[in-house]
Structures are given as structure tokens and as C-alpha cells.
Design a protein around this ligand. Structure first.
Ligand code: NAP
Length: 293
């Protein structure tokens, strides 16, 4: 017997979260004279990055925050980029510094991440914040996994004791996701391209988080009936009419007959990322100004 999974509406959840953030920003302005500020740096003209950066700027302003976008030409040297990051690190109007990746090949992504002040690292990518998260200390945590946790808590409440399988082990997604689930007292497995018998590993899970970048890889017979499935993947595949469409890492149409809840692509995890970026910027602004959480 099949049943229909709940479709997790990340778009609506993110809209509510942005409203809560806007209210908090208004209170910070009124009570502390503090306007949280986010600086986004884009090097070059990657079309997808341009769309992301524009959305980040717009949503920052809509939340009543200070927004600045620094667009640098593709031939910008690493030294010039690091000098800008340094300047933003010490600018009191800026509480979050985000360099949009990928950067051009002549610039080291690791060097850029290392230059960002951990206190303003709203992407949660610095070694300091990754280490703090792994050590159970207060940290700025990467936006997409933070958004996935919010959706999971909304769906399941207490996550304690759940078996969670994260597919993917990137520093941006898989590893911090696993750390956040562990901090929520899940029993966590991290799977990756060398995992043997991945379907059997995934079948153990009450919670499946797919962050792979392979279209519709996770099939219905990989998923334990009643599991909650969070699909982080964003993949573009061709349609019959020659255009393309977005799909996730999960075969949504078949898995939704097995799971108890599932995020769609688009409209699931994706919208949570920028909302969590705004939340991280507010958190950073409060911590930098000694305002309690
Ligand atoms: P990534 O850095 O390319 O990492 C992909 C991970 O998947 C790697 O750990 C890789 O394993 C693993 N993998 C690849 N093929 C596999 C296979 N056949 N079986 C099992 N594991 C496999 O990607 P990412 O940055 O984590 O992003 C993952 C996906 O999420 C992408 O589609 C990306 O576009 C999407 N994403 C979405 C958002 C958002 O919604 N806002 C944010 C971030 C990422 P190895 O380590 O062994 O190579």
C-alpha cells in the first residue's frame, strides 16, 4: 500500500523565517541602534553566482538590514580580494562577510576562507567555525545545513535517537550537516562516493539527507518506509522540448510514495539558504555587539 508523503514547503517556511528576522532587526534598531549588515563579494561574471548575489542583496534589504555588494572583475588578483576582505573584517557597519564561490582559478578558495574573520563568517566555512561546531561550542554554522535542521525539527520535533544518513561529505554541506545532526543526538552515518552498498546504508535511516549533485540518484527502494527525506541537490536536466528543468538528488515521484515527508526541488531546501544567511548575519551582529541571544 502506498501513501502520500507530506511535501515540506521550504518556500513558505523561509518566508516566515524572513518575517521573524525582519521583526528582530526592527527591535535591534529600536532598542540598540544596531542595523545588522551583510557584505557580499562577487569576483567575475558567473551567471548563476550573479543571480544568487542579487537575491542575497534584495532579501537583506527586505529584512531591513544594511546590504553592500562588491562586484570585482574576473582578473582581480588574490591580494586585491584579500585586501577587500580585510577591510570588511574591520568595518563596524558590516557583521557578515560572504565571498561568493566559485572564485576564478587563479584565486585560492582556501586562502579567501582563511582571510574572513570567524566572527563575520556567516557562511560558517572557516576552520574556526567548523572546529567550534565539531567541539560543541557556539558557532556560525553553514546556511544550507542549518536550514535543513530547521525543516527537520519542524517536521519531527525532537531528533534524539533517530538514525540519520547524510550522503555527501563536502565542507559546505555534508560534514556540517552530520555535525548538526550529531549535536541533535542523532546516530549519524556519512556516506560518500566510496561507500559500499549505499542503498542498504540509506535503508537504515529515519532521516535521509542527500547532498550529492547527481540527478534523482536516491530511489524508492533505498528508503525505509516512513523516513523523512531532505533533498539538497540542485541538478539541471534536459526536457523533451530542449529546455531544462531542476531536479534534486532524490527520485521525488517514486520516493514520495515511501517517505513520510520529503522536500521538493525546487521549493524545498533551496529557499532556506538565504533565510539562514540573514539569520546568521543577525546572530553575528548581536555577538559582535555583546547583545545576548
Ligand atoms: P560536492 O562538494 O560536489 O560534494 C558531493 C558529495 O557527494 C561528495 O562528498 C561525493 O563523495 C559525494 N558523491 C558523489 N557521487 C556519489 C555517489 N555516486 N554516491 C555517493 N556519494 C557520492 O557538492 P556539495 O557542495 O556538497 O553540493 C551537493 C549538492 O547540493 C549539489 O547538487 C549542490 O548544487 C547542492 N547544494 C544546494 C544548496 C542549496 O540548496 N542552497 C547549497 C549547497 C549545495 P566524495 O567526497 O567521495 O567525492
Amino acid at each position: 500500500m502506498t501513501h502520500a508523503a507530506a511535501i515540506i514547503d521550504g518556500k513558505a517556511f523561509a518566508a516566515r523565517l524572513r518575517q521573524t528576522i525582519a521583526a528582530e532587526v526592527a527591535a535591534l534598531k529600536a532598542e540598540h541602534g544596531l542595523t545588522p549588515g551583510l557584505a557580499v563579494v562577487l569576483v567575475g561574471e558567473d551567471p548563476a553566482s550573479q543571480v544568487y548575489v542579487r537575491s542575497k542583496g534584495e532579501q537583506t534589504l527586505e529584512a531591513g538590514m544594511h546590504s553592500e555588494t562588491h562586484r570585482l572583475p574576473a582578473q582581480t588578483s588574490q591580494a586585491e580580494l584579500l585586501a577587500l576582505v580585510e577591510r570588511l573584517n574591520s568595518d563596524p557597519a558590516v557583521h557578515g562577510v560572504l565571498v561568493q564561490f566559485p572564485v576564478p582559478d587563479h584565486i585560492s578558495q582556501a586562502a579567501v576562507v582563511a582571510a574572513i574573520s570567524p566572527d563575520k563568517d556567516v557562511d560558517g566555512l572557516t576552520v574556526a567555525n567548523a572546529g567550534r561546531l565539531a567541539s560543541g561550542l557556539p558557532a556560525l554554522t553553514p546556511c544550507t545545513p542549518t536550514g535543513c535542521m530547521m525543516l527537520l525539527r519542524d517536521q519531527l520535533g525532537d531528533l534524539s535517537g533517530k538514525r540519520a544518513v547524510v550522503i555527501g561529505r563536502s565542507n559546505l554541506m555534508g560534514k556540517p550537516m552530520a555535525q548538526l545532526l550529531l549535536a541533535a543526538d542523532c546516530t549519524v552515518t556519512i556516506a560518500h562516493s566510496r561507500t559500499k552498498d549505499l542503498p542498504a546504508v540509506v535503508r537504515e535511516a529515519d532521516i535521509v539527507v542527500a547532498a550529492v549533485g547527481r540527478p534523482q540518484m536516491v530511489k524508492a527502494d533505498w528508503v525505509k518506509p516512513g523516513a523523512v527525506v531532505i533533498d539538497v541537490g540542485i541538478n539541471r536536466i534536459p526536457k523533451d522540448d530542449g529546455k531544462t528543468r531542476l531536479v534534486g538528488d532524490v527520485a521525488f515521484d517514486e520516493v514520495k510514495a515511501v517517505a513520510s515527508a520529503i522536500t521538493p526541488v525546487p521549493g524545498g531546501v533551496g529557499p532556506m539558504t538565504i533565510a539562514c544567511l540573514l539569520a546568521n548575519t543577525v546572530l553575528a551582529a548581536k555577538r559582535l555587539n555583546g547583545i545576548g541571544e
